[in-house]
Design a protein around this ligand. Structure first.
Ligand code: 5GP
Length: 121
């Protein structure tokens, strides 16, 4: 995973990964951790984050990241199934930058579901 020079080791997800901030974890493996969002935007709102120091957003992803980014989507689908969302459906969201409202500079995927989500925008 390439180092993103703008990565802040004190960002909230880095602190959650280090256990400095408590979180309601629903999944973890060697590469990813998923926990419930503190301000849920849907009945089920889970954030999936890569361990380590990933790019701050999709804007700084490189070709070499393709494999683990693909696995992140597969892990999100697996968590969705475990949460009982697969049948009715769910939404995966990756915010990038200010216009998308990204607040945490540690690339992550939102998993939203548990009821009708409305139009995407
Ligand atoms: P972004 O807006 O960057 O795409 O998503 C960041 C998300 O992190 C937001 O949905 C926000 O509610 C969530 N968040 C921020 N601080 C915390 C925290 O301390 N704990 C948890 N579980 N979620 C957080």
């Amino acid at each position: 995973m390439p180092i993103d020079a703008r990565y802040d080791q004190h960002n909230v997800f880095a602190r959650i990964l280090r256990g400095e901030i408590p979180s309601d974890r629903v999944y973890e493996d060697l590469d990813f951790v998923a926990f419930r969002d503190i301000q849920p935007a849907a009945p089920v709102h889970i954030v999936l984050v890569p361990r380590g120091e990933p790019p701050t957003s999709s804007a700084t992803l490189r070709e070499a990241d393709a494999e683990w980014v693909g696995r992140m989507v597969l892990v999100a689908a697996r968590i969705a199934a475990e949460q009982g969302l697969a049948e009715r459906g769910y939404r995966l969201v990756m915010n990038c930058g200010d216009d998308a409202g990204q607040t945490v500079g540690h690339l992550h995927l939102h998993l939203l579901g548990g009821g009708p989500l409305g139009p995407v925008a």
